[in-house]
Structures are given as C-alpha cells and as structure tokens.
Write a protein that binds this ligand. Structure first.
Ligand code: TRP
Length: 452
C-alpha cells in the first residue's frame, strides 16, 4: 500500500516507539513493584527479563511488521504464508481496544487531577484527599466524560497521520516528559531524609525473592514494553528498510527501563521524607502523592503547587503517547481492511473504545452492578488483557517467528539483508525466541492458573 506513510527519521522511530512503551506502567506500577519485591533484587530480575524475553519479543514483532508493511492482521497472515496465523493480529487488535478502554479511564483521572492541582483543589489533609478521590471516581458522569475526552485527544493526533500526528506528538511530548521527570527526581531526592527512600528502592533484599517475583517481573516487562498486542508490529510496519531492529529494540527497552527507574527515584524519596509508606494502585497517585507533595514542600507552598502540576502533566503525557499507540493498531486495520479513510477508521476505534471506557468508569463507582467473574468490569478488563490475552499474543508470536516462519526471511529482516548484526547475535536471538520466551510465558500461565 503506497499511501500508508512511514516514520520520517530514526529519532522519530525511537521516540514514537519509546512513547508507546513509556506509560502509566512505568510511572507508578514499576516503582511500587520494585519497592515491594526486594528493591535492587527485583531490578536485577526485571533487567534479566527484559534482556532474555523482552528484547527478543520486541524484535519478533518488529520482524513481522517491518517485513509485511501492513496492518497487524494482514501482517501476521502474510508472514506465515498461510492465513491461519492472521488471528494473532486480530487478537492483538482486540486486546489493544480493551486496554485502551480501561487505560483511558485512569488517563482521564490524571487529566482531571492536572486541572484540579492547577486550580489548587488538592489542598487539604490526608482524609480530605482520600475523600476527594472517592467522590470523584465514583461520580457517574465526570470521570467517564474525561476518559472519553482523553480518547478524543488521542483521536485528533492519530487522524493527522503517522508522520504529522504520531511522530510529531512523540517528538514534542517525550523530551518534555523527560525534563519534567528529571526536575521531579532532583526535587524529590533533595528533600530531607530522601536517602531512606532511595535505599528502600535500591537496596537489594534477596529474602523477598520468590518464584512469584520472577513472574511479576516478567508480566511487568511485557506490559511496559507494549508487547503482545501487535502494537510494536504495527509501528514496525512504518519503519524503513534501514532501521536496525535489534539495535532499536535495545535502545527503546533501555529508555523504558531508565524512565521506570527515574519514576521510582521521584516517588520514594518524597514519600519517605514525610514518613509515608507508598502503597499500590490508583491510591498511590491519586491519594498518597497529592498529600506527599504538600507536606514535603510545605516550607515553600508555591514549589509544592508547581511540583504537583508537573507530576500530573507528566502522567498525562506518558499516558498519551501510549494511548496513541493502542489506537493506531485498530485504526490502521480498519483503514486498510475496510478501505475507508483514516479519519473514518479512527472514528470507529474512538467510538468502540469510548463505550468500553464509559462502562469501565461506571463500574468503578458501582462495582456491584457491573461485574464479571467477581471483578468490577474495569478489573476484569485489566485481568483478561494483561494476564491472558497479552501473554497469549506474545507466546504465539514467538512460536510463529521461531518455529514456523521461513528462517531465511527472519534472518534477512534481523540482519537487514546481511548488512548488520553478526551471526552470533542472530543465533542468540533465535535461541531466546524458540525456547526462553515460550517457556517463560508458559510458566506465567501455569502459575496464574495455579498449576505450579
Ligand atoms: N507500555 C505502556 C505502559 O507502560 C502501555 C501500553 C501501550 C501497552 N501500548 C500497549 C501495553 C500495548 C500493552 C500493549 O503504560
């Protein structure tokens, strides 16, 4: 297809793909998991997961996408030379629609809190902040509207196309995100007794390492690298023939890791300096932290005010570069398969995701009504995508690329037709994709369903 466009520069490729990877998963999930699972011990395991499973998984999706230069469903079908494997692409598209549906709810909360902090509404003691969050998140209208607004912002970036929309937004947002994070890390680490927070994050505690910790690290690595939903495959279809796949995957994984680590260095020192033990999930960013900022910077309230605005701006930007990537998977599919304009295709996605967002948002306020398998709809969407659909997509991709695809094609893509990467790297990659990735994912499944 000649009109599909490409990323215009190497920097654009790296920033857009890193933008997909860097998201709420880095800014609040990683710090919390590290703190609870043995600090540096967890970080070492997480790094091993990235190197042995994450990067090979990324390269596999890149190979499928860049070789086929088309949307996810068609890419998988054509890569396997039979239509049978096309369903991996379809599965990926469905997964990304559901993820975008519930991710937009949290992103909408971040947007609201950005406004609330700018208007000085988050001032008050711990009980006030907790009450503020509960009242807001269980409201039937406001959070749902904000979730939809977030999808619409994503929509208007997506319709501008790959180069003018996705690439330009990433080139603008990623540097701002990095600068904001850097400022917040410096502010947080210069607070009194910040060193206790740094120590909590970085001191290895091997007594906390259990098999569970390995599986947590692996799940986190997959989600954080945007693996398993054909997202990377779709972005790779806009790569050029010169893009070095292994090199790019390594670069993006390292950026993602660095941002996650910096997020920990932003949250823990501030929390420890006011004697708060950071907890997990939504309560960390919407209840604990607003209060932490106020207390920690009480010596200079204006600084506290600015810090909290910067923090929510950071979350909004991180979420936005991720929602763009989730939206693009389905938009590219509808545009190319239904032969409609990109704008119409984007509307289909926007409407479908908005419906999920509205119901997920309602389920937070009324968990007893909107329930599936004993979970709120929001919790269910999170579970079924992150724990079932995403690892399934990654598992099938590695089986396809490692065992069923033509080895010559895989080698050609990996080495850019023999012009880059040594034989050693290719063999290492093939070994990981054939054995380590499938076995790792199967272990996650067996553990999840309590077989081991
Ligand atoms: N990686 C993003 C984060 O850390 C989330 C994300 C974006 C994602 N695109 C994805 C996760 C595709 C799975 C699949 O927040």
């Amino acid at each position: 297809m000649s009109d599909r466009g490409n990323f215009g520069s190497r920097l654009g490729i790296v920033l857009a793909t890193a933008g997909s990877a860097v998201g709420l998963g880095n800014v609040w999930r990683f710090p919390y998991m590290t703190g609870q699972n043995g600090g540096a011990a967890f970080i070492i395991i997480y790094l091993a997961c990235i190197l042995l499973l994450g990067i090979p998984g990324m390269v596999s999706e890149f190979i499928v996408g860049r070789h086929s230069q088309t949307n996810a469903a068609r890419a998988y079908a054509s890569f396997s030379r039979g239509k049978a494997w096309g369903f991996i692409g379809i599965l990926g598209i469905l997964t990304s629609i559901i993820i975008l549906g519930f991710y937009a709810v949290v992103a909408g909360w971040c947007l609201y809190y950005l406004g609330a902090s700018a208007f000085g509404q988050l001032k008050g003691d711990a009980t006030f902040v907790q009450h503020y969050f509960q009242t807001f998140s269980s409201d039937p209208v406001k959070p749902a509207v904000l979730g939809v607004v977030f999808i619409l912002i994503t929509h208007f970036i997506i319709v501008r196309g790959v180069q003018n929309g996705i690439e330009r937004a990433s080139k603008l947002l990623m540097p701002i995100l990095f600068v904001l994070l850097l400022v917040l890390v410096i502010a947080s680490c210069s607070l009194p007794s910040a060193s206790r927070g740094i120590e909590f994050l970085l001191k290895p505690d091997f007594t906390k390492v259990s098999p569970n910790v390995f599986l947590e690290a692996l799940g986190q690595a997959f989600f954080s690298l945007s693996l398993g939903t054909a997202c990377l495959c779709t972005y790779a279809s806009y790569f050029t023939k010169q893009t070095k796949l292994l090199y790019s995957a390594t670069q993006i994984a390292l950026i993602d890791f660095l941002i996650a680590l910096m997020s920990g260095l932003m949250i823990f020192p501030a929390a420890f300096s006011v004697g708060v033990q950071p907890d997990s999930g939504p309560s960390l960013i919407f209840i604990t932290l607003p209060n932490v900022f106020q207390q920690a910077f009480s010596f200079m309230p204006t600084l506290g005010y600015l810090i909290s605005i910067m923090f929510y701006a950071l979350l909004v930007f991180a979420a936005l570069t991720s929602t763009i990537s989730m939206h693009e998977i389905g938009t590219a599919f509808c545009h190319e398969e239904l032969h409609i304009t990109r704008s119409k295709a984007a509307w289909i996605l926007t409407v479908a995701c908005s419906v999920i967002t509205i119901f997920c948002s309602l389920s937070v306020g009324k968990p007893d009504i909107l329930q599936l398998w004993g979970k709120s709809l929001m919790g269910f969407c999170d579970f079924i995508t992150a724990q079932v659909m995403l690892p399934t997509g990654a598992l099938l991709t590695s089986i396809l690329v490692g065992w069923f695809a033509s080895k010559a094609i895989v080698r050609d893509e990996f080495t850019n037709r023999g012009t880059s990467n040594s034989k050693l790297f290719f063999n290492l990659y093939l070994f990981c994709v054939r054995f380590i990735v499938p076995v790792g994912i199967l272990l996650i499944f067996l553990h999840e369903f309590e077989v081991i």
